[in-house]
Design a protein around this ligand. Structure first.
Ligand code: TA6
Length: 277
């Protein structure tokens, strides 16, 4: 079942429910802000705003056509997450699978920020796992450079209960110290953590006391892991002081050295599949 809904202030979103999963997707940014099976996969800030032009705090923001400040001419994490997408396809092939596609094409506003013609499509497969495929097509006559990420906020029991496996031995940029390091063993959290991993190819596992979530990607060899901890959390918009305890971001990306150059008419798809065991 798919229902188009509006919040009191007119903010439009889609509610999707099938026999095994339920989700809510804002048309702005094609932003999935809830997805649950037996477990709630995603964290959403209690103080997030749902206002046109403002990024939702939590769920799965799309960082596009730039990750972070990889393109200093653009806002942090690009502009797609605050632009209105169009719902172009809905299909319910079985009672436990729902397929949706949302599209953003270049417009006057996007061209004023980033002067290229493009088509950006997010295909969502909603079942007992969540699969996302973000396809960029260069519709221009000149090549462009793309960095991007699914900036996924995972709901956790407590930041000190979790560890992340699958990045052992991988090189990463410690974004706080601006230094290159190699991951030693599992990732655990005892302070602010902001790291961009490269050469990522295995499934990443987020292990909590009561659940394990897996993250498998295609079209990506980089991944960002972030938790703001106490001080940065207190400075972040739409985040309560203790919010850092209840989420961790594991962001499937094409970021930094994993950038893509798309020639005219060329496409690239960044895909990720989430499961919760
Ligand atoms: O992906 C990690 C990061 O770049 C952090 O440094 C922090 O800035 C976070 O993204 C949130 O960024 P946002 O623009 O969504 O507030």
């Amino acid at each position: 079942m798919i229902t188009q809904k509006k919040r009191a202030n007119g903010f439009e979103y889609i509610h999707v429910k099938n026999s095994v999963a339920e989700a809510e997707i804002a048309l702005q940014g094609a932003h999935i802000f809830s997805y649950k099976t037996e477990e709630n996969l995603l964290w959403l800030s209690e103080t997030s705003v749902f206002e046109s032009g403002k990024a939702i705090r939590g769920g799965i923001p799309l960082c596009w056509p730039a990750f972070g400040m990889n393109n200093p001419q653009l806002p942090q994490h690009g502009f797609a997450r605050t632009m209105p997408f169009e719902l172009i396809h809905v299909e319910e092939p079985t009672e436990d699978v729902t397929l949706l596609s949302l599209r953003l094409s270049d417009n006057e506003e996007s061209r004023s920020l980033w002067d290229y013609h493009f088509e950006l499509t997010l295909r969502i497969t909603l079942s007992n796992r969540l699969k996302l495929e973000l396809t960029t097509t260069n519709k221009d006559t000149k090549a462009f450079t793309l960095t991007q990420a699914f900036h996924t906020y995972f709901a956790i029991s407590d930041i000190q209960n979790i560890h992340i496996d699958g990045l052992e031995g991988k090189p990463y940029l410690d974004a706080l110290e601006q230094s290159q390091k190699i991951q030693q063993g599992s990732i655990t959290f005892h302070r602010e953590f902001d790291a961009v991993y490269q050469d990522v190819e295995k499934t990443i596992r987020l292990i909590d006391t009561n659940k394990t979530s897996t993250i498998s990607t295609q079209g990506s060899t980089s991944c960002v892991v972030w938790n703001p901890w106490i001080d940065k959390c207190s400075r972040m918009s739409a985040m309560q002081a203790d919010a850092y305890k209840k989420f961790v971001c594991i962001e499937s990306a094409n970021a930094y050295d994993d950038f893509k150059i798309l020639q005219p008419q060329e496409s690239h798809t960044l895909a990720v599949t989430f499961t919760t065991l």
